[in-house]
Design a protein around this ligand. Structure first.
Ligand SMILES: [Fe+2]
Length: 297
C-alpha cells in the first residue's frame, strides 16, 4: 500500500502483521504495533527523541554481559516484571501467590546443603539468621523431595560474585525438602542493596530522582516435577526501602516474618545476639516444572 498520510502507516503495518502464521505471535504483533503507534502519536515523538530511543535500546543490549543483565534491570525498573508475574500466578490475582521476580543473580549450580546446614562458606560478619520453611501443595499437603535453591546478598549488600571478600557460592545453596515438606538452614541476615547504576537504568533513576535500592530479601526457587516452579523473594519488613523497591517487587504476600531475638539461641547457645529467625510456607501450584534461563553464569 502506498502511504498517503500518517494514519495510513498503522493500517499498512497492521495488514502485514495480520499475515503472521503463528496465531499467538500474530496476536502479540498486532497488539504491539497498535500500542506502539498509539504511543508515538500520544507523546508526539520527535525525530531526536526517536534517535535517542534507538540508541538507548542498543545500549541496553551492549551493557549486558555474562555477569550483568541491563534488560532485566530495566524491566524491573518499569514494573513490567512484577506485572507479568502477577498476571501469570495466583489465578491472575484471585489467590495469593508468593511467586516473585527471579532477579539478575540466580546461578544454576548452587552447591548442595543438608537441612540444618549453613550456606555461609567464608567469614561473613553479620547477625545469624535461621530459616525454616515448609513447601505444600494447594491442599496443604507437604511436598517432599522438592529441590530448593536459596541465595541472597551479604550483610553489606553484595552477592558473592560481586565481592572479592566472599568465597565462590557464598550465601547460595541447594536443599531438598524432607517428607514433611520442610527445609531449613542457617545463614546471616542479608542487607538491601543498590542495583547497578552505571548504564541506562542508572540514568533513568537519576532523571526521576529515584534511589537505586532493593529492600533486603531472600531468594528461593522451588523445583519439583508436577508443579509449576516457584520463584520467590521473601522481604525483610524492617528494611527502610520496603515500600519503595526500585524494582517494584514487594507484594503483600512476600513480606516475611523475620523475627529478631535478643535472648540466647535455645539450641545453639554459641550463637551471638541478636539473631534472627524466619519461618515461611510456600504453596506450589499445579503446572510444568521448568527452570528459567540463568541470567548470569
Ligand atoms: Fe536479590
Amino acid at each position: 500500500m502506498i502511504i498517503e498520510r500518517q494514519e495510513d502507516v498503522t493500517q499498512a503495518v497492521l495488514a502485514v502483521m495480520e499475515r503472521t502464521t503463528d496465531p499467538r505471535l500474530r496476536e502479540i504483533m498486532v497488539s504491539l504495533v497498535s500500542h506502539l503507534h498509539a504511543f508515538v502519536r500520544d507523546v508526539r515523538l520527535t525525530e531526536q527523541e526517536f534517535q535517542a530511543a534507538t540508541a538507548i535500546l542498543n545500549e541496553i543490549g551492549q551493557a549486558t554481559t555474562d555477569t550483568h543483565n541491563e534488560m532485566v534491570l530495566m524491566s524491573g525498573s518499569l514494573g513490567v516484571s512484577t506485572l507479568v508475574c502477577l498476571l501469570n500466578n495466583g489465578d491472575g490475582g484471585a489467590t495469593e501467590t508468593r511467586q516473585n521476580l527471579l532477579g539478575p543473580f540466580w546461578r544454576m549450580d548452587s552447591p548442595r546443603v543438608d537441612n540444618g546446614g549453613s550456606i555461609v562458606r567464608s567469614q561473613t560478619p553479620g547477625p545469624p539468621l535461621f530459616v525454616s520453611a515448609r513447601v505444600q501443595d494447594r491442599d496443604g499437603d507437604p511436598v517432599g523431595g522438592a529441590e530448593v535453591d536459596v541465595w541472597h546478598s551479604s550483610p553489606v549488600g553484595l552477592y558473592e560474585h560481586q565481592d572479592a571478600d566472599q568465597a565462590p557460592m557464598n550465601l547460595r545453596g541447594k536443599l531438598v525438602t524432607d517428607e514433611a515438606g520442610r527445609f531449613w538452614f542457617r545463614t546471616v541476615k542479608m542487607a538491601g542493596y543498590p542495583i547497578p547504576t552505571d548504564a541506562v537504568v542508572g540514568r533513568l533513576l537519576k532523571a526521576q530522582n529515584r534511589h537505586p535500592f532493593r529492600p533486603a530479601h531472600l531468594h528461593v526457587l522451588i523445583f519439583k516435577e508436577g508443579y509449576k516452579t516457584l520463584i520467590s523473594q521473601i522481604y525483610a519488613p524492617d528494611d527502610p526501602h520496603l515500600d519503595t523497591d526500585v524494582q517494584f517487587g514487594v507484594t503483600r504476600a512476600t513480606i516475611g516474618d523475620f523475627l529478631r531475638h535478643d535472648e540466647p539461641h535455645p539450641d545453639d547457645p554459641g550463637t551471638g545476639t541478636p539473631w534472627y529467625s524466619l519461618e515461611c510456607t510456600f504453596t506450589l501450584e499445579p503446572g510444568a516444572a521448568r527452570l528459567p534461563r540463568p541470567p548470569i553464569t
